[in-house]
Design a protein around this ligand. Sequence first.
Ligand SMILES: Nc1ncnc2c1ncn2[C@@H]1O[C@H](COP(=O)(O)OP(=O)(O)OP(=O)(O)O)[C@@H](O)[C@H]1O
Length: 260
Amino acid sequence: VSVAFPTAAAGSTGANRATGALSSEGEQRERQLLHRVNGCLMSGEILSVLGPSGSGKSTLLRVLNRLFPIDGGKIQFKEQPLESWPVTELRRRVSFIAQQPAFFPGTAEENLTYGTRLWNLPCDPVRLMKTVRLEADLLRQPVDTLSGGQQQRLALARSLALDPDVLLLDEPTSALDIHTTREIEEMVTALAGRERKGVIWVTHDPEQARRVSQRLLLLDEGHVIADLPKDAFFSDKAGAGVRSFLAISDGSNGGKEVEK
Ligand SMILES: Nc1ncnc2c1ncn2[C@@H]1O[C@H](COP(=O)(O)OP(=O)(O)OP(=O)(O)O)[C@@H](O)[C@H]1O
């Protein structure tokens, strides 16, 4: 898929989508946020998406559940064009979990069961809490009294309540300590294996990607630099772009560009 974002002055036309060049009027510019990103996610597979800050990782997640429109190419989910899915149904099946999940004021349980009540689906809050390794006692607690790690797990449980096929995780552990991070990594890898859920995991951390995923996609300025199985990605044969990214990634790459 390709995604361009018009930073347009109203009424101007003719921007060059491919290059982001100025239009003939000199007023409009379109920035290409993703360039021909191509790929396929299998059920049970965890794909990590890596790249410097601003490389298009979150944009890619957003287009996959139609939070952001594409302007070229196509996306299919279960062999059906994405746009043929009712958007609420799509977002139930392809569940986006943000870096800092949003909740409405109320208890953990009210938040957890909101979607299943909306969809009229059965829900077992205690079982879901167990799946994400949270104490069932927390269900009665106002959601804003939960810690960051507990909230991230609750967000995961809230998604799992709707039995999605795909989880889109946008740096889900970036605000968490190493212990909670490892717990969430183990939980998600177990879930993907056991329940055959496809997972796209955006992370800044190559070591996290190495721990959780079978395949890694490296983006830079919206371009795919590499899309490789884990062993190949971390091997000497991965190519200059990957090597340069890994060389500058010491947990934080400071938004530097990688060699294309
Ligand atoms: N709604 C938007 N309108 C205009 N530009 C946007 C929008 N969303 C993202 N962008 C731009 O698209 C580019 C990619 O952003 P994106 O958030 O996908 O990057 P990222 O790789 O997830 O970065 P980070 O690691 O910092 O979260 C950035 O240059 C950003 O400024």
